[in-house]
Design a protein around this ligand. Structure first.
Ligand SMILES: Cc1ncc(COP(=O)(O)O)c(C=O)c1O
Length: 400
């Protein structure tokens, strides 16, 4: 009898965490490493949010809470959905979990049966296909290349839908590309979905607040109210409020689904951290000026990285609408040999040689389902970004 489960054999560890760990290891060994792999803001949680958590501790809010969230947080989430997305949810339609990740996982665990298909546009966040596999479903990835700015078209969505399609996972702005769908682009997709009543929509709005220039964020249930009854609108405080370590994510959706997700959570982790929930109330209800400052900071960094990467030979880097990632195409580098003698046969070889020869850690595109590319997270200081891009330019100039 095998000790490890068959379920484990279906999934792989997160490649983004693997890159971050490798970069940290090299740093600890004394190497001059610049990590562009981590998907988290490089600054601290705002003080008012930390103070709310301290008050919660002092008030003894340190015990078990309702499994899927305290009433104060559910009420704050309802206000957020109304204020920012024009969506009406009641507290019974809200669930709170340990990060956005658990929310998505609960939803898939609560709904996927063997044979159920889940449509995932690629490039995708690394966890989507593996979570679907863990839940026993079948991921159906649809490649969306640089020619459509890494966005899914209505035609491709239509072609991917079958009678077995249970979910369509939508992520805008996207990890790993930063691509954001305008309301019009999204409407083209919802027009397809409205014709297929068996398909539910899981909208992962984690990067909602990180959008640049005059781009306006849109979410499916808002763009097409007729999809409200089969949409799970997922979000969290991790990226917007620099709260990745607090582990609070949430979703709004139909009561039956929300209840089912709570059942999964009740038999796995129970409630998310009580103190973090009080901090999240302050994040959502407190002053929001922090978000604007972040946007400006990230927009400046995006512009810096896009212009410097486009100067590197063999690299084409689109300018995305949001998040804190860019996803340059490196077709012009493939088939060459690095100055250190490494054959660059694919994007994984590129990322490995780049790390070994220049100390710059990026995540290779194959991890996200579209190659040859790599992902840069520009959630790091301007100085580190400039130095990293200079090293990438030199690395590319040395390819023969
Ligand atoms: C697209 C996307 N969704 C969800 C998450 C999960 O966020 P959390 O840290 O709240 O679990 C991430 C985190 O990297 C993400 O990039």
């Amino acid at each position: 009898m095998a000790f490890l489960s068959d379920t484990l054999a279906r999934v792989k560890p997160s490649p983004t965490i693997a890159v971050t760990t490798k970069a940290q290891q090299l740093k600890a060994d004394g190497k001059d490493v610049i990590g562009l792999g981590a998907g988290e803001p490089d600054f601290d949680t705002p003080q008012n949010i930390k103070d709310a958590a301290k008050r919660a501790i002092d008030a003894g809010k340190t015990k078990y809470t309702a499994v899927d969230g305290i009433p104060e947080l559910k009420a704050a989430i309802c206000r957020k959905f109304k204020r920012e997305n024009g969506l009406d949810y009641t507290p019974s339609q809200i669930t709170v979990g340990t990060g956005g990740k658990q929310i998505l996982y609960n939803a898939l665990m609560a709904t996927c049966n063997p044979g159920d298909e889940v449509i995932i546009p690629a490039p995708y966040w690394v966890s989507y296909p593996d979570m679907v596999l863990l839940a026993g479903g079948t991921p159906v990835t649809v490649e969306c290349g640089i020619e459509t700015d890494f966005k899914l078209t209505a035609e491709k969505l239509e072609a991917a839908i079958t009678p077995k399609t249970k979910w369509f996972i939508f992520n805008s702005p996207s990890n790993p590309t930063g691509a954001g769908y305008t309301a019009e682009e999204l409407k083209a997709l919802t027009d397809v979905l409205i014709r297929h009543p068996q398909v539910w929509i899981m909208s992962d709005d984690m990067y909602e607040h990180l959008v640049f220039d005059d781009f306006r964020f849109a979410t499916p249930a808002q763009v097409e109210p007729r999809l409200y009854d089969r949409t799970l609108t997922c979000n969290g405080v991790s990226k917007a409020y620099a709260m990745t370590g607090w582990r609070i994510g949430y979703a709004g959706g139909p009561v039956a689904l929300i209840k089912a997700m709570g059942t999964i959570q009740s038999q796995s982790t129970s409630n998310p951290c009580s103190v973090s929930q009080y901090a999240a109330v302050e994040a959502l209800d407190g002053p929001q000026g922090f978000l604007d400052e972040n946007r400006k900071l990230f927009q400046r960094r995006r512009d810096l990285v896009v212009s410097m990467l486009n100067e590197a030979s063999g690299i084409t880097c689109p300018r995305p609408e949001g998040a804190f990632y860019v996803y340059p195409d490196i077709s012009g580098c493939i088939g060459k040999t690095s100055a250190g003698g490494a054959p660059i046969k694919d994007d994984e070889a590129f990322a490995t040689a780049l790390l070994e020869e220049t100390g710059v850690a990026v995540v290779f595109g194959a991890a996200f389902g579209v190659s040859p590319n790599f992902r840069v997270s520009y959630a790091t200081s301007d100085a580190a970004l400039e130095e990293a891009c200079r090293r990438i330019q030199n690395f590319c100039a040395g390819l023969r």
